[in-house]
Design a protein around this ligand. Sequence first.
Ligand code: MG
Ligand code: MG
Length: 281
Amino acid sequence: MNRRGGIVLKSKRELSLMRKAGLINAHALAAAVDAVRPGVTTGTVNQAVAVVLRENGAAPAFVGVPGAYPYPAETTISINDELVHGIPGERRLKEGDIVSIDCGTVYEGFVADSALTIGVGEISPDAERLLKVTRQSLFAGIEQMVVGNRTGDASAAIQAHVEKNGFQVVREYTGHGVGRNMHEDPQVPNYGKAGKGVELKPGMTIALEPMVLAGTPQTKVLKDHWTVASQDGKLTAHFEHTVAITENGPWILTGADEDLDEDAWIRYNDYFAGRLVSQHG
Ligand code: MG
Ligand code: MG
């Protein structure tokens, strides 16, 4: 998933369209969270997302992304040691698995991109801690997404939080600008130095996405040519939000809102806490 344009600043009108894409994406991910339970196939979870996109007049951003062959689904669903780009299908979720769901929505020509990792039923304390640290590292990065900072400030914050908790960040895959294209400049790695990188300006929209490994940072691509897994077989997690830089601070375009029914909203935000800063902009 590598096609890139340059850095594109979005107008207020374009940001509000991106927020609409982000809300649909949030509802789609909430439907995925609802579908996750032991015994369910990853294909069924993907289908729940596809229905929400269709009902909202949105298109999937992931279908047809070029690779060894065009990406075939609305989501990527990656289990346990699988970090990103797992293809949904007949595999059944088991109690104790952790499952990363990544979803991209296109609405009125704009893309929103967001991911989360959740447990299937009861999960181990180690897995729980991995999810918590990865989610916290995303928000540590988002806090740095303010006018005048640099992308390196977000990268460094993510890396510091992950490493102080004994985990590793991926090196080969990065956060990215997002807008009319799913991948625009700048790249925002999950490691880096504060004060380095591109200066953040109002109207920039960036998908921050810490990908975290419990063991060594090395990854491998599986035989299906898409799924990326940890080389050592240890657990991995992935959280992502599309964020706009505004004069009022970071605006989480893929954060949930009150339109989700209350139960769904609470479950979703247990994992995601997007509303905290989704009211800016
Ligand atoms: Mg994504
Ligand atoms: Mg992304």
